[in-house]
Design a protein around this ligand. Structure first.
Ligand code: COA
Ligand code: AMP
Length: 627
């Protein structure tokens, strides 16, 4: 390290409030904040609450006013529909202002919630920015979630409006959204006022009169509206993420901290310059999509790529490199899974050679652990810096990174490098003491969290406190385990709870277990994540059938696969289900899921002394060998 990172990090450590107030000056406010952070009556932190701003103004109007209206803002590239469309800042501003007018005419005001259940099309981005313009709070639900998941989110967020489209387009099929939306609305107890539906030519939806409004028609008569000033601590969005139960947690992101942190990250974490092209190959339904497809690139006056396709099969494994060449992408951010899929189909990276990728300066990876093989392959085949960084839906931006805009640090395989300035990361043992270098423990962040991180769980401060703040007083519990080495490099080793990452999608095994346990033939069960060469992890279930059950095991397994698909969605992919005689437990009856995972992954079993009957593992091994 040359010392620049250390200097920068120390400036934050010495005085976080001063450090972030200085950063807050890099964005335009209607009213400049004087307070860095304040604590409310629940002791929760809020950033810049005395400032006034508007996130849609930051993402659009400020650039148009500064004379950059002609500059490209959004590049929509959709190999699944064979469409490409570009919006400059002026065009995007006009669309957003008009759509905000549509929502306003339907009664949406500052503070109202709007659920967005849409595929990767420009209208989804327009909907998000239009909410921000009105000071309304959006909650985007990933298009791959089934009706039940959508209904749960509608009931929690209680939106006035739902924005949706007639369909999503997957590699080999068209997913009609409207029947899923109608089903969700029927299941939900909260009643929404209206749904605004964008009709796509791949499948037209039947609109229910009274409830549904045609997006394009509404736009024809819409009046553009100006940005509404909001307080720094007013919520911008709620994004639901998997917890350890079937009830997802609504992460609340506030306008002020979000804008300051993301603006800071574009330079310091990603090394970007305004005018360059940033591509986060994710989905707007996930946090990466919120932060780095929509808000950060636009606030920083970059062009952002909205890609409706996959790394492979749309049409082949060179798709990413084609997009890089065509749109002159400067930095590409994706999940390791995506590159494992590319590597599998194009091991020699012929696609990379086929296209002119000279615009590409660096690759960013996140969402799951970056395995050494994928890291090595990417480095060798592209010759580019391959930068792993660690973050969560809750934080909204990188907790640890290689801070390339400050100093390009040496990488260490398996490490997401060093804490990002703003995050005071510590490793604590069970007693709450700090671990020595290289000693594993719980990865925690000293409070206050920096700007941009969650302020609470929507309508559930108790859950926020219980789940994140109560384990170690004064610290945020990340839910990940790991260690810091003697050079200060952070190694994230995986979740310590019932959360798994399947193809970069965060899912709850606890929720899947609830669904499996509800089957009438199942006496008890355990669902846990096991290693998967492509997707990083996949869920697996072990089930014990009820005594006297004489039906077909195969039929039960098929029904369980279908139930998980119907309730959570196809992305859950619980396909591996094994019937066993009994499950390993402690004497107090706790199922030893971690040992089951170790057994399937072929790792050494770390059996606790409290196990009821250790011979069960020999029994299970035998059964596995027979399989
Ligand atoms: N809407 C509806 N359905 C969706 C969906 C969406 N937005 N996204 C995925 N699905 C469905 C798929 O159609 C598939 O359904 P099927 O079982 O009926 O075929 C299922 O969910 C699983 O899809 P997926 O996880 O994409 O697996 P895959 O085998 O089709 O593709 C990869 C494998 C690796 C190519 C793919 O998972 C991928 O692109 N991963 C990267 C994800 C990523 O970038 N995550 C980053 C988040 S930061
Ligand atoms: P999500 O909230 O979907 O972004 O998932 C967050 C979780 O993904 C983290 O708690 C980690 O378990 C995992 N994760 C994200 N990025 C990384 C990374 N770079 N290395 C290891 N794990 C990661």
């Amino acid at each position: 390290m040359s010392g620049q990172y250390k200097q920068h990090y120390n400036a934050f450590k010495q005085n976080p409030a001063e450090f972030w107030l200085a950063q807050s000056k890099c964005i335009p406010w209607y009213k400049t904040p004087q307070n860095a952070y304040t604590q409310d009556s629940d002791d929760l932190y809020h950033w810049f609450d005395d400032g006034q701003l508007n996130t849609s103004y930051l993402a659009l109007d400020q650039h148009v006013e500064a004379g950059f209206g002609e500059q490209t803002a959004l590049i929509y590239d959709s190999p699944v529909t064979n469409t490409k469309q570009t919006y400059n800042y002026s065009q995007l501003q006009q669309e957003v202002a008009k759509f905000a007018g549509v929502m306003q005419s339907l009664g949406v005001q500052k503070g109202d919630r709007v659920v967005i259940y849409m595929p990767m099309i420009p209208q989804a981005v327009i909907g998000m920015l239009a909410c921000a313009r009105l000071g309304a709070v959006h909650s985007v639900v990933f298009g791959g979630f089934a009706a039940h998941e959508l209904a749960v989110r509608i009931d929690d967020a209680k939106p006035k409006l739902v924005l949706s489209a007639s369909c999503g387009v997957e590699v080999s099929n068209i997913i009609e959204y409207k029947p899923l939306l109608d089903d969700a609305i029927k299941r939900a107890t909260h009643k929404v006022d209206h749904c605004v539906i964008y009709q796509r030519e791949q499948a037209t939806a039947t609109l229910n009169s009274g409830q549904d409004i045609d997006w394009a028609k509404a736009m024809q008569t819409a009046q553009a509206v100006d940005p509404v000033p909001v307080s720094g601590s007013d919520p911008l969005y709620i994004l639901y993420t998997s917890g350890t139960t079937g009830l997802p947690k609504g992460v609340v992101r506030e306008n002020g901290g979000h804008a300051v942190a993301l603006n800071y990250s574009m330079k310091n974490v990603y090394g970007m310059e305004p005018g360059e092209v940033f591509w986060a190959a994710s989905d707007i339904g996930w946090v990466v999509g919120h932060s780095y497809i929509v808000y950060a690139p636009l606030m920083y006056r970059c062009a952002t790529v909205l890609y409706e396709g996959k790394p492979v099969r749309t049409p082949d494994a060179s798709a990413f490199w084609r997009v890089v060449e065509e749109h002159k992408v400067t930095a590409l951010f994706s999940a390791p899974t995506a590159f494992r899929a590319i590597k599998k189909e194009d091991p020699e990276a012929e696609g990379f050679k086929k296209y002119d990728t000279s615009s590409l300066k660096r690759l960013f990876l996140a969402g799951e652990r970056l395995d050494a093989a994928t890291y090595g392959w990417l480095k060798e085949k592209t010759g580019l810096p391959v930068l792993d960084h660690w973050w969560q839906t809750e934080t909204g931006w990188a907790i640890a990174c290689n801070p390339i805009g400050i100093e390009h640090l040496e990488t260490k395989a398996g490490s997401s490098t060093v804490p990002t300035p703003g995050f005071d990361v510590r490793i604590l043992n069970m007693e709450g003491e700090e671990c020595a270098p290289n000693e594993s423990g719980a990865v925690v962040i000293k409070l206050p969290l920096p700007p941009g991180c969650l302020s609470t769980i929507w309508q559930n401060t108790e859950r926020y406190k219980q789940g994140y703040l109560s384990e170690y007083e004064g610290y945020y519990l990340s839910g990940d385990g790991g260690y810091i080495d003697e050079d200060g490099y952070l190694f994230i080793m995986g979740r310590t709870d019932d959360v798994i990452n399947v193809a970069g999608h965060r899912l709850s095994t606890g929720e899947m277990e609830e669904i499996v346990a509800a089957h009438p033939a199942v006496a008890e069960c355990a669902v846990f994540g096991v290693n998967d060469a492509l997707k990083g992890q996949n869920p697996m279930a072990m089930i014990v059938l009820k005594d006297g059950f004489t039906g077909s095991h195969q039929e039960v397994q098929q029904q369980l696969v279908q139930s998980v698909r119907n309730q959570i969605g196809a992305i859950a992919c619980l396909k591996n289900i094994m019937c066993v005689e009994r499950l390993p437990k402690t004497r107090s009856g706790k199922i030893l899921r971690k040992n089951l995972r170790q057994l399937i992954d072929g790792e050494e079993l770390q059996i606790p002394s409290t196990i009821d009957d250790p011979s069960i593992f020999a029994e299970l091994s035998e059964q596995l060998a027979e399989k």
